[in-house]
Design a binder for this molecule. Structure first.
Ligand code: ATP
Ligand code: ZN
Length: 284
């Protein structure tokens, strides 16, 4: 028994999808121009497909699992389950209007022509906001549509906003914040579910490790308690005596989000020689 996982053949999600599998300790032979490949050390077969087709294949059970952007999952609106957010492929789906337009809110989209490759999501957004506008579905290069007079506004994926800027547009509304997700067929049997759980366990350990750092520092014993109280750790920090009298080495794990604040407090409390190292896997 093997699970079939569909990932993007080439494009923005391809490399990160392969990297995630590698970080999960799954070896796949990623030859170019291949349709599928098998993992040598995990019950997984990987299919390389266009991202737009992945939700359909997963709904049909041609693939059991898929890695795609949430934007594609929503647009295709297939019967699949979103199992886990993967933390890469982050972008937003936004409405953009010409820079010169005086935009003050969604009501300004009324009666406009909006060009997009996401007609389903845009239609839903307009309905929710009781706006009537004309949706022009086009298949690519959406950002040039206003410039050539094809539309008054667009809805497209944005990451930095520089493409919009270069085309004389500005971001007006964020409709959706998206990242890559793992989707699964709704009818997995017990044996398939078991493999999925095994894969998920690894993905979670990898994600957790990325959000945390291992920290080592030297603390003066006279301020040790204060320094320890600043460090959450997985249980509590490890404290080892240094060869030099009056000092200890303290080891702990810090979350990326609290990182800089805690480092500052640690320095203020007299910590020295602070080392911060990445964690490869983290299982709690
Ligand atoms: P395919 O040939 O597989 O259909 P594509 O051209 O539709 O590829 P890509 O441009 O490779 O797709 O983008 C794939 C996914 O990457 C998007 O659906 C989105 O979830 C994500 N993504 C992340 N950042 C961006 C961005 N700045 N622009 C577009 N997509 C992005
Ligand atoms: Zn696509």
């Amino acid at each position: 028994m093997k699970l079939k996982l569909a990932i993007q053949k080439s494009g923005r999600l391809h490399d990160d999808s392969i990297k995630l599998l590698k970080e999960c300790g799954i070896d796949i032979n990623n030859g170019v121009n291949r349709l599928k490949t098998e993992a040598s050390n995990f019950p997984l077969e990987v299919f390389f497909l266009r991202d737009d087709d992945i939700p359909q294949y997963v709904e049909d059970g041609v693939a059991d699992l898929g890695i795609v952007g949430e934007n594609v999952v929503m647009e295709k609106n297939k019967q699949v389950q979103v199992v886990e957010k993967l933390g890469f492929g982050k972008c937003r789906l936004s409405v953009a209007v010409p820079k010169a337009m005086d935009y003050s809110g969604v009501q300004d989209l009324h009666k406009l022509r909006i060009a997009t490759t996401y007609p389903v999501i845009v239609d839903d957004f307009l309905k929710k906001n009781s706006i009537t506008a004309e949706i022009h579905e086009i298949s690519g290069s959406v950002e040039i549509a206003p410039g050539i007079g094809l539309a008054d506004a667009i809805c497209d994926l944005v990451s930095s906003g520089s493409t919009l800027f270069m085309n004389g547009l500005k971001e007006a509304e964020v409709i959706l914040k998206s990242e890559a997700v793992l989707i699964a067929n709704n009818g997995l049997n017990a044996a398939q579910q078991q493999i999925l759980d095994k894969l998920l366990f690894r993905i979670k350990a990898v994600k957790k490790a990325k959000n945390n750092k291992y920290i080592l520092l030297n603390a003066p014993n006279n301020n040790l308690q204060q320094i320890i109280s600043l460090l959450p750790g997985m249980k509590s920090p490890t404290v080892l005596p240094l060869a030099e009298e009056g000092w200890s080495s303290v080891h702990s794990v810090l979350n990326e989000n609290d990182f800089w604040d805690i480092i500052e407090s640690l320095k203020a409390a007299g910590a020295q020689g602070i080392l911060v190292v990445p964690i490869e896997k983290m299982i709690i």
